[in-house]
Design a binder for this molecule. Structure first.
Ligand code: SF4
Ligand code: SF4
Length: 75
């Protein structure tokens, strides 16, 4: 399945779709530090932890720089 996923990614990239985004792992302690750092307001509180909207994320990495537990990770 990983091969299939990579194939889909390659096809999307060839079509000019931006598929890179950060996501927040379960290590998030919901401190909220990252939310105000995001220049495109892609971060919001989810059910238990903060979440990143992949449609908005520009992959800038600002959230990862302020997170105390390294929860935001690049895809
Ligand atoms: S990588 Fe940048 S744009 Fe994406 S969620 Fe983090 S701060 Fe926002
Ligand atoms: S800074 Fe890190 S721990 Fe705090 S809300 Fe954001 S992802 Fe979660």
């Amino acid at each position: 399945m990983a091969v299939f996923g990579n194939l889909i990614r390659v096809i999307l990239e060839l079509e000019g779709e931006r598929v890179m985004a950060y996501f927040i792992t379960s290590d998030c302690i919901a401190c909220g530090a990252c939310e105000g750092e995001c220049p495109v307001e892609a971060i919001s509180m989810g059910d238990d932890i903060y979440v990143i909207d992949p449609e908005k994320c520009t992959d800038c990495g600002a959230c990862a720089e302020v997170c105390p537990v390294d929860a935001p990770q690049p895809e």
